[in-house]
Design a protein around this ligand. Sequence first.
Ligand code: SF4
Length: 255
Amino acid sequence: MDAYLHSIESFGTVDGPGVRFVVFLQGCPLRCQYCHNPDTWKIETGKRVSAQEILDQYEKQKMYYRNGGITVTGGEPLLQIDFLLELFQKAKKKNIHTCIDTSGITYRDEDTVYCQKLDLLLSETDLILLDIKHVDDAQHKVITGQGNQQILKFLNYLNQKEKLVWIRHVVVPDLTQDEQALYQMGLFLAPFDCIKALDILPYHSMGKIKYQQMGLVYPLENTSDVSIEEAIEAKKIILQGIKDGRKAQSLLSTP
Ligand code: SF4
């Protein structure tokens, strides 16, 4: 099975543990206002590539990935779940650490065929990086064009499957950089034992040039970049929410 590929980064250091071979797949149903990869949105514009070709490329440089592995991101990689399954089945046979960076938007709990494939894929996946854009459904629509119900259900599903999850969240002025919203996000995340890390990413406007090249209007024209210090501050607020949420939970479960 061939995938629609956007690109490959052979020395990724921010998409999972260690040095990683990062595969960017084409296609995404969301339209995040701060997306810096609008060129990944249309699936059919990707280059066709097979799982074996990806692995052959990985093998040529495998000495770099001793403490890392493969991460598949996008775009939204779960749009191409059949390809992903084939790639990870082959990768696990070679004992390669596998990671998916996803928004979770394709999750459909009522679709049993999809869920069966997802179960199989998860059995071949070591880590999920789950991008939570916002826990408020209305604000999620403002940011991405779609609601967050499936994404939040997907997190619940990952928790039930006891899958290792790292949460990612982008701090954007006027959209997510809001003390109350960050704290609420922490409270929401508190009950999920599957979450083992929280990666808070500061918004930057580096993607703007791509919008210009593609003749698209950049939605955040007047938005300033977020500093590392501001991202650290946002992370502290979310962590406080998680801590308070877990404390409240333990009080509730105490007889
Ligand atoms: S989910 Fe990722 S690729 Fe898709 S629009 Fe949002 S930021 Fe861009």
